[in-house]
Design a protein around this ligand. Structure first.
Ligand code: NAP
Length: 336
C-alpha cells in the first residue's frame, strides 16, 4: 500500500519532508503541493522529479480525492486553519510544530478531533523518535538511576538571524524541550520562571540571549534549560538527568575522534537539520505506517496543546520575571 500525501508549504522543512517522503521512506508518495508562492512548488517538483499536482489553494489540496494524508509545513500562523480543514475532510494530518500559535488554537484542534471521534493529527515533535532520547528514556524507566530529581539541559545554536526575537527562544527553540522532557519524564509542568544571565555581545540589540528557563513538574522534578542561540561554536543539545542513585546523559551524536596537531578532538555539528536527521525519518515513517494501519500513535494534538500551554507560561515569565503557574486541564480519555 502506498499513502498519497499532499504537502502545504514548500519552504525549508517542507522540502526536506518532500524529499524524505519521495526518496527515503517506504510506502509514500507526494501527489500534491501547495505554497503561497506557486513558483516554489514548481521548483521543488522539478528538483525532485515529482509527478505532483500543484494547487493554488491549500483547501483544494486538502479536499482533493487522491490526497489521503496532509503534511502541513507552512508558516506557523496558518497551521490551525489547515489542520482543522484536514480533520473536517476526514484526513490524517502531520503538522509541523507549532500545532497552532496559541494554546486556544491547539484546543480548537483537540476539540475538533475529539468531535470527529478519531485521532487524525500527529505533531512534528521529532525528538521522541531520536535514538538518543529513546535510550535515555529506557534507562529512566529501567529504574537504574532511581527517581529523577533534576534535569540540566541546554539548547544552543551557533547564531540566529536578525528577525529572531526574545520570545522565539521559547516558541521556536524551547518548544522542543517542552515536548520531549514531558515525554521523557511522563509528567506535566506546573510552573515556569525565566532568569537572565549576562547578555552575549553576539546577540542583536533586540534579543536577550542567553536565557535560563526553570521548570517544575507535577511530581516535583526541577528542570533548568539554558537557551543560547548565539553560542558561536555549534548546534548543541544537552540533557542530563540526576536521579536518586545515579546520573544519565543524552548521548552525543556519533562523531569520529581524532588525534592530530597535539589535540584530541571530536567535531560538533553546526546545522540543526543534521542533528535530528534520523529522527525526522523515523517520525515521518511512523506517521505513514500508522495512517496506513489506521491508528495514529505519535505526538498528538494533546501534546501540541500541552507544549503550547507551557510555552505561553514561559513567555509570560519572560515578561514578568515572576514564577508563573502552569495549569493543564485533565487529559481527556480520548488521548490516554
Ligand atoms: P519557511 O522556510 O519559511 O517555509 C514556510 C513555507 O510556507 C514558505 O514557503 C511560505 O511561503 C509558505 N507559506 C506561508 N504561508 C502560507 C500559506 N498561507 N499557504 C501555503 N504556504 C504558505 O519555514 P520553515 O523553516 O520550513 O518552517 C515551517 C514550519 O516548520 C514552521 O512552523 C517551523 O516552526 C516548523 N519547523 C520545524 C522544525 C522541527 O525541527 N520540527 C524545523 C524547522 C521548521 P513564503 O516564503 O512565500 O512566505
Amino acid at each position: 500500500m502506498t499513502l498519497n500525501i499532499g504537502v502545504i508549504g514548500t519552504g525549508a522543512i517542507g522540502r526536506e519532508h518532500i524529499r524524505r517522503c519521495s526518496q527515503v521512506l517506504q510506502n509514500a508518495r507526494v501527489v500534491a503541493l501547495n505554497d503561497i508562492d506557486r513558483r516554489q512548488c514548481e521548483e521543488v517538483a522539478a528538483a525532485l522529479q515529482l509527478q505532483a499536482e500543484i494547487y493554488d489553494s491549500a483547501h483544494d489540496l486538502i479536499n482533493a480525492p487522491d490526497v489521503q494524508a496532509v503534511l502541513v509545513t507552512s508558516w506557523g500562523p496558518t497551521h490551525e486553519e489547515f489542520v482543522l480543514a484536514a480533520i473536517k475532510a476526514g484526513k490524517a494530518v502531520f503538522c509541523e510544530k507549532p500545532l497552532a500559535v496559541t494554546a486556544q488554537g491547539c484546543m480548537n484542534i483537540v476539540e475538533a478531533e475529539m468531535a470527529g471521534g478519531k485521532k487524525r493529527v500527529q505533531v512534528g515533535f521529532m525528538r521522541p523518535y531520536d535514538s538518543g532520547y529513546r535510550a535515555l528514556k529506557q534507562v529512566l524507566e529501567s529504574g537504574e538511576i532511581g527517581t529523577p530529581l533534576m534535569l540540566h539541559c541546554a539548547h544552543r545554536n551557533p547564531e540566529v538571524g536578525d528577525s529572531y526575537t526574545t520570545d522565539m527562544a521559547i516558541t521556536d527553540t524551547l518548544i522542543h524541550e517542552l515536548d520531549v522532557l514531558r515525554w521523557l519524564l511522563n509528567d506535566d509542568y506546573v510552573s515556569a520562571q525565566v532568569i537572565w544571565p549576562r547578555k552575549t555581545r553576539h546577540a542583536s540589540s533586540h534579543l536577550k540571549d542567553p536565557q535560563i528557563v526553570l521548570l517544575e513538574t507535577a511530581q516535583g522534578t526541577r528542570i533548568d534549560v539554558e537557551i543560547f542561540v548565539n553560542c558561536q561554536y555549534g548546534y548543541d543539545i544537552q540533557c542530563e538527568v540526576v536521579g536518586e542513585s545515579g546520573i544519565a546523559r543524552l548521548p552525543e551524536p556519533m562523531a569520529v575522534q581524532t588525534r592530530s596537531n597535539a589535540a584530541l578532538s571530536v567535531a560538533i555539528l553546526t546545522d540543526w537539520k543534521k542533528r535530528f536527521i534520523d529522527a525526522y525519518d523515523v517520525e515521518l515513517q511512523a506517521f505513514i505506517n500508522n495512517v496506513l494501519a489506521d491508528e495514529l500513535t505519535g505526538p498528538s494534538a494533546w501534546d501540541g496543546y500541552a507544549a503550547a500551554v507551557a510555552a505561553d507560561a514561559c513567555v509570560a515569565a519572560q515578561k514578568s520575571g515572576d514564577i508563573v503557574q502552569i495549569t493543564m486541564p485533565p487529559r481527556p480519555a480520548f488521548y490516554q
